[in-house]
Ligand binder design. Sequence first.
Ligand SMILES: *Cc1c(COP(=O)(O)O)cnc(C)c1O
Length: 235
Amino acid sequence: MSIRTNIEHINKLKNEAAERSGRSGDDVLLVAVTKLHDSDEINEAIACGITDIGENKVQEILNKYDKVEPVRWHLIGHLQTNKVKYIIDKVAMIHSVDSLHLAKEIDKRAAQHGVTMDILIQVNSAEEESKFGITVDETEQMIHDILDNCPNVRIRGLMCIAPYEDDPEDAKVYFEEVKKQFDQFADIEHPNLDFKYLSMGMTNDFEVAIEAGSNLIRVGTAIFGNRDYSRKMGE
Ligand SMILES: *Cc1c(COP(=O)(O)O)cnc(C)c1O
């Protein structure tokens, strides 16, 4: 299967899932996750209409940045505070904010560059030990802390990685819980809070995530095939 065929297939499934949840497929943004894939593959995806790409490592963004056609970059993986400075002028949105400490560093670097950085708060609704993110109950406090302390950060929504389930339907409850939390902030008016993105759903579970209300899916394997973890894209 080619990258083009894969993207067309995902767009079709995305449209169908959106319609099942009473929305249009255009309301759901497909972010192509390009970790461990090279700039040629990424540029091919861009030629097929991809407008947004996601990377989980700062170093991979830096290695590929100049070789990739203009596109919106998303940092979707865990971000160490000491690396914020390298990507602050490169990414459109950081999906993985899970501490005030990190938000403050993003705020500081954004101020230095004269930008406002869009972020999502990562919620670990299944409370898996192995995953980053705050609990659903901590979300409200985190949002208030960031609004009180980070004038150069704009909170655009929430992000969640559900546990891997053989039957993705089993992950739906975790998505629904985050959607419920998302809706509580959707109508709040604040210059630094503009809830628009609910980033949920990967190759295994994006249809279920859309049914639960996701409007941004992060899909890698279904577009580019299996990742080769022996490949060194960013040490
Ligand atoms: C790798 C990754 C994805 C994409 O995973 P696939 O299963 O390949 O679609 C999505 N989100 C995050 C945070 C990732 O690290």
